[in-house]
Design a protein around this ligand. Structure first.
Ligand code: BMP
Length: 255
């Protein structure tokens, strides 16, 4: 079974994680494999981006700790918009500590991530104990197996061990963040690929970009677009443009 050739709706049956099932369903229904990276520092900008991109996305990715005016009301607003437009909330927290600490970072503090984020990211380097600590009934974790920056010190061995770890936690792991098709015979997991933008090669700080066609060809099931959308004067138009290019590339892939 090659996941790259299977339509998203057929992959629901293979997914053990509830959020992966839900995502495949949303993606099929809305015809979108686009995740927006809403990296802005003001709450009203974040809410406006959710409203504008909502119809075109399956996932809304935040770095909630970059907000300068954070207040728990902002996540209440995001939850309502997510419900209205049928997308999931995704906090890109990149947890990477001992299980006990991660448990508290997930549930406590001012962000209370567990109370609103449907999915989160985690580094795999702390190993299984950390995943045991963040297992919760209905949530999902994307594990980082590769990173999109030039000069990353992640090697092949680390990447392979991360994939192995992910496969040991099918109930918890929604998918894997990576740049290459690493787990093609596992249709239940989702490949999430950031570093996507048209007409730009990088950002001068290590970020490397590929086009929608290239990332979908490299196995992405969901592509993450940040500045390609957020820096546009019309984020709704930019979101629809990336959605349509990414969806077209996916249709070509499963042909
Ligand atoms: P942009 O498209 O503006 O470069 O944003 C990319 C987003 O994806 C950022 O939020 C970044 O934290 C995230 N990201 C990434 O760029 N590369 C990775 O390998 C993993 C990420 O989470």
């Amino acid at each position: 079974l090659n996941r790259l050739k299977l339509p998203y709706e057929e992959r629901i049956a293979y997914a053990k994680n509830n959020r992966a099932q839900e995502l495949f369903k949303i993606m099929s229904e809305k015809r979108t494999n686009l995740c927006v990276a809403a990296d802005v520092t003001k709450s009203d900008e974040l809410i406006s981006l959710a409203n504008q991109t909502g119809p075109y996305i399956c996932l809304f990715k935040t770095h909630i700790d970059i907000l300068e005016d954070f207040n728990i009301d902002v996540v209440e607003a995001l939850k309502k918009i997510a419900e209205k437009h049928n997308f999931l909330l995704f906090e890109d927290r990149k947890f990477s500590d001992i299980g006990k600490t991660v448990q508290m970072q997930y549930s406590n503090g001012m962000y209370k991530i567990l109370s609103w984020a449907n999915v989160v990211t985690a580094h795999s380097l702390a190993g299984a104990g950390m995943l045991d600590a963040i297992k919760h009934g209905n949530n999902g974790v994307f594990l980082l197996a590769e990173i999109s920056t030039s000069g990353s010190i992640i090697d092949k061995n680390y990447t392979e061990k991360t994939v192995k770890l992910a496969l040991q936690y099918p109930d918890l792991v929604t998918g894997i963040v990576c740049q290459n098709p690493l787990f093609t015979s596992e249709p239940g997991f989702i490949q999430l690929t950031p570093g996507v933008q048209l007409d730009v090669e990088g950002d001068g700080l290590g970020q490397k970009y590929n086009t929608p066609d290239v990332v979908i060809g490299n196995g992405a099931d969901i592509a993450v677009v940040g500045r390609g959308i957020t820096k546009s004067s019309e984020p709704n138009v930019a979101a629809e443009k990336y959605r349509s290019l990414l969806w077209g590339a996916y249709l070509k892939r499963i042909e």
